[in-house]
Design a protein around this ligand. Structure first.
Ligand code: GLA
Length: 394
């Protein structure tokens, strides 16, 4: 739909109250490197993608909130004074969680109408939920003239997911959706919540995302289990080495190796992944800054191996996608996101992109019977107000 059609739809869905209104957008993300490190106070390097959620909104003079999902064609209504988890319309909880967290800050909200639509594939590890939380936070804050800085807004969106939706995610997805920058990846320090821009505008290379189309069924329980195993590792190292160790960020690879025989095997493997992955993220930043794309590509393959063998969050289909990339001498490839399905991220020479898209789809179909989807994306901008105004004749 173009802008006018979107506002038409908005106006035919909701009554026009002639109050503050606006349009906003927030992107999905792909993580280039640094997987399962965010909740270990470590480093991640995601980029926002050119797929996003657009939200149109308007204040109401009462305490009602109405959400219309254009893609589900569902309209739901709640009362600001009585927010409860919605068992029936599960998608609405991402928005309700954000409203709840804003109210918890002591901010007084008035009612509002929201309508949204997006093209971030759902359940594919490209953070459609974070995009929805972030665009909702930006919309509500802007309409109410509530000033919250970028990191605070990302943290608020993360709390919405942790507390209301009930998924114990880290900070990466909401952070990049809020603070992403065009033509840049972000190196985020998930302990201090600072970030550095890492230029990613190489005329010779392209980021290609391959969607395995495998539903990420086990992801929530396995995710929480990995978090527990990491906590077990922290407790162990704090006891053995130094009580100042509060996260795997504080542990060096040589320490992990020193206790290999003493820790349960699964805990050793999880720690080995996280600690080595943090090193790979910092090495990747250097490689990208000095335009050493081959070096970066090698680090991506090494990250995948570690996620598959040590952290055990890959799956057959993701491994196949990475193997095909390796057979085709693609510069870099790895699974991205929480794992157990979803997407791989590939660093591809521009002049090979077209051929690669064709071959990976063919080979993947032959080996798995599944039609993969492929998306090309440059690093995109983070959440923002998009000046989609209602048409003058409204
Ligand atoms: C999910 C979570 C993130 C992060 C990744 C794994 O996307 O939402 O916080 O932990 O998994 O790197």
């Amino acid at each position: 739909m173009n802008k006018k059609e979107l506002w038409d739809k908005f106006d035919s869905t909701f009554r026009d109250f002639d109050l503050e209104n606006g349009a906003y957008a927030a992107p999905g993300r792909v993580n280039l490197i640094g997987e399962h490190t965010d909740y270990n106070d470590g480093f991640v390097m995601p980029m926002a993608i050119e797929k996003e959620i657009t939200m149109l909104a308007q204040l109401r003079p009462d305490k009602k909130i109405k959400f219309y999902s254009l893609d589900y064609d569902q309209l739901v209504e709640y009362d600001l004074n009585n927010l409860e988890y919605d068992q029936e319309n599960v998608w609405a909880n991402y928005l309700l969680g954000v409203v709840d967290e804003i109210q918890k800050l002591g901010k007084k909200l008035q009612g509002f109408n929201l309508m949204f639509t997006g093209n971030v594939p759902q359940g594919s590890g490209l953070s459609s939920s974070a995009a929805l939380e972030v665009v909702t936070a930006m919309t509500i804050c802007d309409l109410h003239k509530i000033k919250i800085d970028g990191v605070e807004m990302a943290l608020l969106a993360q709390r919405a997911e942790n507390n209301f939706v009930g998924v114990q995610c880290g900070i990466m997805d909401q952070y990049i959706s809020r603070l992403g920058k065009k033509d840049h990846a972000l190196l985020i320090d998930c302990r201090s919540n600072d970030y550095q821009l890492v230029p990613f505008k190489n005329d010779d290379y392209q980021i290609v995302i391959c969607n395995s189309k495998v539903e990420r069924g086990l992801v929530d329980s396995e995710y929480n289990q990995r978090r527990n195993e990491c906590n077990q590792a922290v407790e162990f190292f704090a006891k053995k080495e130094n009580e100042k160790i509060t996260a795997l960020r504080d542990v060096e690879l040589k320490t992990v190796e020193k206790y290999k025989e003493e820790i349960p095997e699964n805990v050793y493997k999880r720690a080995h992944h996280v600690v080595s992955e943090n090193d790979r993220v910092l090495a990747s930043q250097k490689a990208l800054e000095s335009d050493e794309m081959h070096k970066f590509g090698e680090l991506m393959y090494a990250s995948h191996k570690s996620l598959s063998e040590d952290y055990e969050v890959s799956c057959k289909e993701l491994d196949i996608l990475v193997e095909i990339a390796a057979e085709e001498n693609i510069t870099g490839a790895r699974m991205t996101g929480a794992g157990f399905g979803g997407c791989t991220v590939n660093l591809v020479k521009k002049d090979r992109t077209e051929q690669f898209l064709k071959i990976i789809k063919e080979k993947y179909k032959k080996e798995t019977g599944i039609d993969a989807e492929v998306y090309i994306s440059n690093p995109a901008a983070g959440a923002r107000k998009i000046y989609v105004e209602p048409q003058p004749d409204y």
